[in-house]
Design a protein around this ligand. Structure first.
Ligand code: AKB
Length: 318
């Protein structure tokens, strides 16, 4: 990879991936794009940045040509809860943006990465140790766009030879940028509230298991998969990956080890709870391990320790 175009660079993943890739591939070789251009933002100021709405196909092609990119990381998408509230917009952005990005990749012969999600599974999917290849009949618009996206990326690989690769991300936890509109967001919010208020009201019910991953492991996974030897990839779109599976009282228990006065209560949001109920409890990532050496470093205790340390600094809490 010489030059990488990233869409949705100011979202939860992009805010960290762009800096991570700029360190690996060189500042000028990672072109960050987003629909907005905030002032005093590290991603905007730290290297090449272009304002880009992913629904503007000609502008996307123009930017890709201007920088002579050979890789596209397409991140711009609506998350599950927002997509359920705005299903038409979610279809337009998640599918329209992906289609435009794939077309640019086809025209310019680019390597391509886009994330799928545990949201690509549904009620009829086996819940525990969910296999790589299994039933995918999601009941949410987010899930519909994620399964369709996986199929579209496979199609572009088979039909046009575009080197498409993807993972099914679990809930991603980070202290840099908030996720904004997902079902797994409680597992990020809880750390902020634990430090700021010593209490948290969870919108996800006790006993609801979902897969999760700390952002450093997610960033490594993207780069490792993009660098993987294509001859080893039996699957492409998209690999199950996970680092841990927990339910709300377990993350609360882990936080209590650092903040003993921390209190957890519940006020369940029926929409997000229904989405969570339709997702796996835990997924099997054997294919990712075998085909490109996926490995996660962080578990719940080590992630919690790091999150609390980093957030204390960010929030200026003594
Ligand atoms: C969401 O909750 O929507 C995302 C996801 C698991 O895809 N974090």
């Amino acid at each position: 990879m010489k030059r990488i175009l990233v869409t949705g660079s100011l979202g939860q993943i992009g805010s960290e991936l762009v800096n991570h890739m700029r360190k690996i591939y060189g500042t000028d070789n990672v072109i960050a794009t987003d629909i907005r251009r905030p002032e005093n933002n590290e991603v905007v100021l730290g290297g090449p940045f272009e304002e880009l709405d992913v629904l503007n196909a000609s502008k996307m092609a123009e930017v890709a040509k201007k920088y002579d990119v050979d890789t596209i990381v397409h991140l711009a998408a609506l998350l599950s809860a927002v997509a359920e509230a705005k299903p038409v917009l979610a279809w337009q952005i998640n599918m329209g943006g992906l289609f435009n990005a794939l077309e640019v990749a086809r025209e310019l012969n680019c390597k391509f990465f886009t994330p799928s999600s545990i949201g690509a599974f549904g009620e009829s999917t086996p819940k525990d140790n969910t296999p790589q290849d299994t039933i995918q009949r999601p009941g949410t618009m987010y899930g519909v766009t994620k399964v369709s996206g996986e199929l579209l990326c496979d199609y572009y690989f088979k039909k046009f030879g575009v080197d498409t690769r993807g993972v099914r991300f679990p809930g991603l936890i980070s202290y840099v940028a908030p996720p904004g509109g997902g079902t797994t967001d409680y597992a990020v919010d809880i750390y902020y509230k634990a430090l700021q208020e010593k209490s948290y009201t969870s919108f996800i019910a006790e006993g609801t298991y979902m897969d999760m991953m700390y952002m450093p492991d997610a960033l490594n996974a993207i780069v490792t998969l993009l660098e993987a030897d294509p001859s080893k990839l039996k699957h492409r779109n998209a690999f199950n990956i996970t680092a841990m599976s927990f339910e709300p009282s377990q993350i609360a228990g882990e936080i209590k080890k650092h903040i003993p006065e921390f209190k957890m209560s519940y006020d369940v949001d029926p929409v997000r709870q229904a989405i969570a109920n339709s997702w796996p409890n835990s997924i099997d990532c054997t294919a990712a391990k075998e085909e490109w050496g996926f490995k996660a470093q962080y578990d719940l205790p080590s992630m919690t320790k790091d999150m609390l340390e980093k957030l204390k600094i960010k929030l200026n809490i003594k």
